[in-house]
Design a protein around this ligand. Sequence first.
Ligand code: RIB
Length: 293
Amino acid sequence: MITVLGSINMDLVTVTRKDPSIGETVLGDQFSTIPGGKGANQAVAAAKLGADVQMIGRIGDDLFGQEYLNHFMKLGISTENVEPVTDEKTGIASITVYEGDNKIIVVPGANNFLTPEVVDDHKEDIIKSDWLLLQLEIPLESVEKSLEIAYKNGVKVILNPAPFHKIPKDWIKMATYLTPNQYEAAQLLDLYKKDEKLLNNLKEKLVITKGSAGVVIFEGNKEQSIPALKVEAVDTTGAGDTFNGALAVGLSEGKSLREACQFAARAAAISVTKLGAQLGMPNRTELDDQLDA
Ligand code: RIB
C-alpha cells in the first residue's frame, strides 16, 4: 500500500496569452476548477497507475471539499483519513498558465490543520504502508512527525521537498529518497555543502527532476542522467507530482531506482500534454502503450 500524507487543493486555473504586470488587467482565454495539491496529485498519479493508495489529509467543510471526496472515491483512493475541518475552507491554488508554464499561489486553508497531533492519530495507517509519500505543503512539524514514525517502523519514504524549505539534517537520514526539482536540489546541495559526509549521504538518496531535461540520480556518487520523453507541453503543473506518484508505484513493484525513474519520467511527460495537474496523468494502459511505442 502507498500512503500519501499531504495537501489537497482545488486548483483555480486561468489560461492566458498575456501575463499581466502589477496593476494591469488583461483578458484570459479559459478558466477551470481542477483538483490539485501536491499530496493529492501524487495519490492520484499512483492510483491511476493501478496502486493501492490511501490518502491522509484535511479538506474544508465546503463544496470543494465534498467535490474532492467524490473525486478520490471515483479513483478508488481510500478517503477514510481525509476529514473535513469545521469552519475551514479547502486549500486552493490560484494558477496562471502562460505559454505552457505556470505561476502558482497556494492558500493552504484546511491543509494547515494536518497537525503533528493529527499525524500521531494516523500512526497505524502510516505503519501499515510500504511507501509513504511526503511533500512540504503542510505544516513542517507534521512532515517531521510522519518521517519519524515511518523511520522507526521501517516504512520507506519518498520526500518531495517542494515547495522548498530548509530541511533539517535528520530528515535526510530518515528519508529513503528525496525528489527535488533542479532548483530545489541546488538549494539543498548548497545548504549542506560544508558537510561532506552528509552531502554524500544526500546524493545517494537524490532523484532530481529536470523537466524536459529528464532525471538525474547518483550511482556510486557519479551523476547519471535519465532522458525525458519529447512531448508538446500544454501545462507542466503537477508533472513533478506525477513523477513522485509513479516513482512510488515503480519502486513498490520491485523496479530498480533507475527503472522506476524511467517509468516515472514517462508518466510525467505524458501528464504535461493536457491542462491541469491531474487530467493528463496516464493510466496503466496509456503508459504501457507509450512504453511499447
Ligand atoms: O505541484 C502542483 C500543485 O501545486 C498544484 O496542483 C497546486 O495545487 C499546488 O499545490
